[in-house]
Write a protein that binds this ligand. Structure first.
Ligand code: GLU
Length: 381
């Protein structure tokens, strides 16, 4: 048994292939399994939220399309139709169990702008306090590429720490993480517990990427990194175990458990690294690069060789080296135009060059997360 005695809030993610049947209708049987699982957990005082895919697939079914439309606008129209239909299916079942549901549709912008993220977080909090189960999906009907989270594995890993979840359960079309691709190697073994996502684990993912379903194993491992470094345990398991949701949350050894890190990012660092996209970058000279190898340091104009992109003060930007490798990510005190003017100069010349006296640091150490060679570099966009 896993030690889940303290779990008080759970986020469950279910993929399109489990929410929607082969003939593109809401999968009532699976929806029933989830909602009845939620009912049992709620009766035991455990809050639940669901991240549900399936909007586009359901919309395709409604509109009689059997192939995912290539046309972006039509795909979004499918999502608009399908999302409503899906919620109808969820509500029909939830009413039987006396559960109130609320729909939350999110795009990456809701994370990018910190104020919006806090509003979203308060809404979700109010839903839990008032016994409402959030049913969350990406706002596919209006999300264009630049503001898309992209996949619901990632979305659920961003939401989980935000709502203070203790556990994230990803239901998928695989049983868990295998030491090698089970479709190629019959002797592949499933790993029950991952204490730390290290190079060995990342190598296993490389091996299994080609043969797994929607989102793939890579997005699931990335979700696991983001969840566990944010203080959330995560389980990947097969959606044929949906009926066992209560047992999974109680600690039955089903699927692969990724144990949360003991060294967890602060909320602010978590936001910088996982939830915000960099709007540009500054190029560090070799001295600054060396300093950033070991620890957080404030970025001063002297260590900057170049600026790329256009951004305003307050934006999240990357600090890269001459080869384009991202060394750190942080919130800039100056715009790209201002940095262009002061780069290479001494901090005490800044006021004179800019014509106003601002902060001494381009990025303060407290507003910086060093990524370096660490695997967090995978998330830097
Ligand atoms: N948001 C998409 C949908 O509801 C699915 C994204 C995913 O499966 O990861 O159709």
């Amino acid at each position: 048994m896993r030690d889940f005695g303290n779990v008080k809030r759970v986020v469950v993610k279910i993929g399109s292939s489990s929410v929607v049947t082969k003939d593109l209708k809401p999968n009532t049987e699976n929806i029933l399994a989830i909602i009845s699982g939620f009912k049992k957990l709620k009766d035991e005082g455990i809050d639940c939220a669901l991240v549900s895919s399936g909007a586009i697939a359901t919309g395709m079914g409604e509109l009689g399309l059997n192939k995912k439309p290539k046309d972006m606008a039509l795909k979004q129209a499918c999502a608009a139709v399908g999302q409503a239909k899906l919620m109808e299916a969820y509500n029909r079942v939830a009413e039987l169990y006396g559960i109130h549901l609320g729909q939350i549709l999110i795009s990456h912008d809701d994370f990018q702008v910190r104020k919006r993220m806090l509003v979203l977080s308060e809404t979700l909090d109010a839903m839990f306090k008032n016994n409402i189960v959030p049913i969350i999906n990406e706002n596919d009907a209006v999300s264009v590429e630049e503001i898309k989270v992209g996949d619901n594995d990632t979305l659920s890993s961003l939401i989980s720490p935000m709502v203070g979840a203790d556990l994230l359960v990803l239901f998928s079309d695989i049983d868990g993480l295998y030491d090698k691709n089970p479709k190629i190697y019959p002797d592949a073994k499933m790993i029950s517990t991952v204490d730390k996502i290290d190079e060995t684990i990342l190598a296993m993912v490389g091996d299994t990427t080609t043969n797994v379903g929607t989102g793939g194993m890579k997005t699931k491992i990335d979700a696991a990194i983001s969840a566990t470094t944010s203080g959330v345990d995560m389980i990947i398991c097969n959606s044929d175990r949906l009926r066992d949701l209560e047992e999974i949350v109680k600690g039955d050894e089903i699927g692969t458990l990724f144990i949360k890190d003991d060294k967890v990012f602060s909320n602010r660092d978590n936001w910088i690294i996982f939830k915000s996209n960099a709007l540009g970058n500054i190029v560090a000279d070799s001295g600054l690069e060396k300093a950033l190898k070991d620890k957080k340091v404030s970025i001063l104009p002297k260590g900057i060789k170049n600026v790329n992109g256009e951004f305003l003060a307050g934006s999240v930007i990357n600090v890269i080296n001459a080869d384009g490798i991202v060394l750190a990510k942080g919130i800039t005190n100056y715009s790209s135009a201002e940095i262009k003017l002061v780069m290479g100069a001494d901090s005490n010349k800044m006021a004179e060059i800019l014509g106003f006296a601002g902060k001494k640091q381009i990025i303060h150490a407290n507003d910086l997360v060093v990524v370096g060679d660490d695997y967090y570099g995978r998330f830097v966009k």
